[in-house]
Structure formats: structure tokens, C-alpha cells
Design a protein around this ligand. Structure first.
Ligand code: HXC
Length: 517
């Protein structure tokens, strides 16, 4: 019979084999590519000494293709839990040094265990992906485990925050787990996501494209909108994941944590009085407006390089986390188009699911005209944003900075779709459409019959602007709760937000709505 000492030695050997992963040569190759190993990533993600590993001794049970002779305990993924600034999270990191991080049956089931524990205990999950995809030798058992993961991602959606960090390949159907999670962070140059790779594309469509152009961080951060953040290194990606987890509640039953600030709640923001150009068509950067209003000028922008005509991200107001949605007049004059609608709609739904109040800063000339928008389904996509706002029951604060025209006025958190605190600056313009278009429609005959058409058009346009290009008609109807001096914006918003923190609003019970996807 083995002595205690021998048993301990055996255990230590087993753990050491698990920790060694695919061996030093493969670890060196990982480092040479500028990538950290799975364990290094886990250590960096979690507070010092807080990582508690699970399933380090799990092994695959594949007997095909000689796999029975190649067993590495842990099976290519490091899983467990630990803390981020003292708050518990679950995490997994795929180990590219073991079978290329490919996902076999047991590897997949390890991830499933973490997802199950996270849901049971109401904790966020952070997944670090670095994998050749389905483990080819394990065939359908590998596909089965993938689907088990997808199912859990969907079941946890809106219950616990799920964050994916892509730090290597993520190909084929494997992309659908990150796609379902709330945030995708990609590392520039080393992360690649695609359904079919460059070689298959060449065969099928004859297109030639590099890995980077097809599915690199820049592509998904600026063209497809799949990714929410681009990081320059593993370290920066992990730092971002920590920052996000720090902002968010642990689950949908909690409010987000508050953050201490020395920024006075009643700070007068004099800069705001002149931040918007007097000419109503002149662009400006709405991020300057956000920075001026929020605590300590700190704004974490999400999807900064995609659909730039709308800005989304997180900030704090008087210590409370808020989600900010703002039209960006610097791009496409801040119009709503297909991508902007999708971007903002998903963000509004995320905030609503996790009890994060939404601050909407509105300066929108309307929906973007054009056949590409109409044929691309702007009706369907714009409806998502309307749906998301109308469905939201978190506190909704809306400031009309300048333009609020047409359907976009209704959609962007208006009083009518249950905005809680709707205010405007004195130069706000609320109307069905801009003066030029409106005058052409309602005064066409009058202009045509006048002696001097140009003069008449100018006079009627000015008249229209005097009547409608102000916030007072809406204020008189109670559609705006107040018209304020821009400098008062921060203090007014914080007072209202504090009042609204205990807001409770119910919607009729139903299985689920039918958002126009
Ligand atoms: C088993 C795999 C593997 C896989 C890589 N490896 N991918 N083993 N199953 N899917 C192994 C390699 O054999 C190699 O083992 C080691 O991992 C490293 O791979 P390399 O090719 O040497 O690395 P690199 O040159 O960096 O290329 C990485 C790669 C490439 C781009 C990921 O390996 C690759 O194209 N793999 C196949 C990707 C793929 O088509 N997967 C299936 C996608 S479909 P050794 O022992 O030599 O170190 C899919 C469906 C999911 O995933 C469906 C879910 C519904």
C-alpha cells in the first residue's frame, strides 16, 4: 500500500503535469507570438492569490487517432473562480499549448461546469478564448460540447454578465459563444474570428483575403461590430475585462456598485453653455459633452470605432453607473442608420437587463435617407432601437442638446415611450422635420406662385424656424419636464437620478416579446 508521502507525491506530479500544459517548447512559441499562457492570463485577470482552480485533473476519453497515448490533464482549458477587486467571478482560459486549445468533449464540459456554477451563484463569467476550434479527433462529441456551451450562454443572457476576451484564433461555429456574450474584447493582430477562413473563402467565392483583414480586431471593431473593444496586448485586454466587471452588477437581481468620487454633484458646467456651435448644422464632438457632465470626466466608450454616428459607453453620475447613448454630430451629422440603431439597441437592452440607468444625449436630424438604408432594412433595424427603449424599465434620463427631429425624436427615449426625466437646452429644435424640407412640402404652391420664389422661401423658412426650432412647444405640452441652462445639466441629472433609483415599473407578463431582429 502506498504511503501518505507517496500519495502526496503522486498528486503533486499529476497537478504538475496539468500545469505544464503542452510543454515548454509550446509555451515558448506562445510567448514568441506575444501571447501569454492560459495560466498567466488567469493570474492577471484575478486578484493576487485569489484563483481557485477546478477540474485540473479532467482528461479526454478519446480513443481515436492515437489520442489515448496523448493525454494531458486539464484537457486544454484552465477553469475556476477568483475575485476582481474583491468581487467573485468565474473564468476560463483556453490553453493553446494543448492540442491548439481545441475544444473536445471534456474541455467543453469543463467550461459548462463554470457556466453552471456562475449562473447558480449569480456571478459574472469571463472567457479567454485561444483555440483551433472543434477538436477534429473528437468529432461530434466536440460539437455536442460546443452546443452545450451555447445553450448555457443563452440561458445566462441577461442574468449574469458574460465577457469574452479573444486572444488567438476563434473560428467556425466557435465564434457563436462569444457572439452571444455581452462584450467581446479582441487583441490586435493575435485574435481572429471568422466562420470560414481565407482558404475556404478562396475556394468558394474566389476572394483573396488575409486572416487580419477577414477577422482581425480592427475588422470586427470597425466593420462588423462583432467586437466591443480592441486591445493592443493580452495585458490590456485583461485590464479592460477587469474594468468592465468592476462597473457591472454581479447579476440581474443587483444594482451596479457605486463608485466614490470627489467630483461635486452640483458642479456647474460652464463650458456646456458654449460647447455647441450656434449654427445648427455645424458638427462638434459629443464626447466632450459627455466628459463634461459625468463624474471625473471618465467615460468608457464601447464600440468606439463602429457606427461612429452614435456613441455608447459607461460613466458615473454622482457615483452611480449609467449607460450613455449619444448621437455624434461629427459623423453623418448624428443621423440614425442601420448600424447605429443596432449598436444602441443592444446596449440599451444590456443596461436594462442589468439595472443600469440610461442617459440619452440627443442631437439627431433623423434617420439616414437613401436606398441602401431602405433596402438594408432601416425600418426593421430602427424599430429595434424603439423597441429597446420602450421595453426598458430602468431610469431613463434624456437631454435634448440640439436637434430632435421626426421619428428619431420619438425613438430616442422620448417622454412618450416612457422617458422619466426629459429635458432640453434652450437651443433645442423639436419638429417633424428640418425647416428646409418642411417649407418645400407645406408651402410648395405658395413659393411657386410668389413673385420672388427665393425671397419667399427664405421668409417662410425663417418663420418655420421661429415657430418650431425651439423647445417651448414641447415644454408647454409637458413632453419636456424642463428647459435648463446647459451649465445646470450635471446637477439636475444627478438629482433626478437619485430620485429615480428606487423606480419600479412592470410590463405585462409574457414569454418574451418579438423584437424585430
Ligand atoms: C485538433 C488542433 C486543432 C483542432 C489546431 N490543432 N487546431 N488539434 N483539433 N481543431 C493542433 C495542431 O494539430 C497542432 O498540434 C497545434 O494544435 C497547434 O496548431 P498549429 O496549426 O501548429 O498552429 P498555428 O500554425 O498557429 O495555426 C493555428 C490554427 C490552425 C490557425 C488554429 O491550427 C488551424 O487552422 N486549425 C484548424 C482550425 C479549424 O478549422 N478548426 C475547426 C473549425 S470548425 P501539434 O501537436 O502539432 O502542436 C469548428 C466548428 C465548431 O470549430 C462548431 C461549433 C458549433
Amino acid at each position: 500500500m502506498a504511503s501518505t508521502e507517496e500519495r502526496l507525491k503522486d498528486l503533486r506530479n499529476r497537478k504538475a503535469r496539468s500545469e505544464a500544459g503542452g510543454g515548454q517548447a509550446r509555451v515558448d512559441s506562445q510567448h514568441n507570438r506575444g501571447k501569454l499562457t492560459a495560466r498567466e492570463r488567469m493570474e492577471l485577470l484575478l486578484d493576487d492569490g485569489s484563483f481557485q482552480e477546478m477540474d485540473a485533473l479532467v482528461e479526454h476519453r478519446c480513443k481515436d487517432f492515437g489520442m489515448e497515448k496523448n493525454v494531458i490533464p486539464g484537457d486544454g482549458v484552465v477553469t475556476g473562480h477568483g475575485t476582481i477587486n474583491g468581487r467573485e467571478v468565474f473564468a476560463f482560459a483556453q490553453d493553446f499549448t494543448v492540442y491548439g486549445g481545441s475544444l473536445g468533449e471534456m474541455h467543453g464540459l469543463k467550461i459548462c461546469k463554470v457556466l453552471d456554477m456562475a449562473l447558480k451563484t449569480g456571478r459574472p463569467v469571463i472567457g479567454m478564448n485561444d483555440s483551433g476550434g472543434a477538436r477534429i479527433q473528437e468529432g461530434v462529441a466536440s460539437l455536442g460540447s460546443y452546443a452545450e456551451i451555447f445553450f448555457r450562454n443563452v440561458r445566462s443572457s441577461g442574468v449574469i454578465p458574460q465577457i469574452s476576451v479573444i486572444m488567438g484564433p476563434c473560428a467556425g461555429g466557435a465564434v457563436y459563444s462569444p457572439a452571444i456574450t455581452d462584450f467581446v474584447i479582441m487583441v490586435d493582430q493575435t485574435a481572429h474570428m471568422f466562420i470560414t477562413g481565407p482558404e475556404v473563402i478562396k475556394t468558394v467565392t474566389n476572394e483573396e483575403v488575409s486572416f487580419e483583414d477577414l477577422g482581425g480586431a480592427m475588422t470586427h471593431g470597425s466593420k462588423s461590430g462583432v467586437s466591443h473593444f480592441t486591445a493592443v496586448s493580452d495585458e490590456e485586454a485583461i485590464h479592460l475585462a477587469r474594468e468592465l466587471a468592476d462597473l457591472l452588477p454581479q447579476n440581474n437581481m443587483e444594482k451596479p456598485p457605486t463608485r466614490k468620487t470627489s467630483d461635486p454633484k452640483d458642479r456647474v458646467c460652464e463650458k456646456l453653455d458654449t460647447i455647441i456651435p450656434t449654427e445648427s448644422n455645424k458638427p462638434y464632438d459629443v464626447i466632450d459633452v459627455i466628459n463634461e457632465i459625468v463624474d471625473d470626466g471618465a467615460f468608457l466608450e464601447v464600440q468606439a470605432d463602429w457606427a461612429k454616428n452614435i456613441v455608447i459607453g459607461f460613466a458615473h453620475l454622482g457615483g452611480n453607473t449609467v449607460g450613455v447613448v449619444a448621437n455624434q454630430p461629427k459623423f453623418l451629422a448624428g443621423c440614425l442608420d442601420i448600424d447605429a440603431s443596432d449598436k444602441a439597441a443592444r446596449f440599451v437592452r444590456f443596461c436594462d437587463a442589468f439595472n443600469i440607468p440610461i442617459l440619452t444625449l440627443e442631437d439627431v436630424p433623423g434617420f439616414l435617407p437613401g436606398t441602401s438604408q431602405e433596402w438594408g432594412g432601416i425600418i426593421r433595424h430602427g424599430a429595434k432601437l424603439l423597441y429597446a427603449y420602450a421595453e426598458a424599465t430602468v431610469p431613463l434620463l434624456t437631454v435634448i442638446l440640439r436637434k430632435a427631429y421626426g421619428g428619431a425624436y420619438d425613438v430616442m427615449s422620448s417622454k412618450h415611450i416612457r422617458g422619466d426625466y426629459n429635458i432640453a437646452w434652450p437651443n433645442a429644435e423639436l419638429a417633424v422635420m428640418g425647416a428646409d424640407g418642411a417649407v418645400e412640402i407645406i408651402h410648395r404652391k405658395r413659393i411657386a406662385n410668389s413673385r420672388n420664389a427665393e425671397e419667399e422661401r427664405t421668409r417662410l423658412t425663417e418663420d418655420f424656424n421661429d415657430t418650431f426650432a425651439n423647445p417651448y412647444k414641447a415644454a408647454a405640452l409637458g413632453y419636456l419636464d424642463d428647459v435648463i441652462e446647459p451649465r445646470e445639466t450635471r446637477s439636475k441629472l444627478i438629482r433626478s437620478l437619485e430620485m429615480l433609483m428606487d423606480k419600479e415599473e412592470l410590463r405585462p407578463a409574457r414569454k418574451h416579446g418579438n423584437i424585430p431582429l
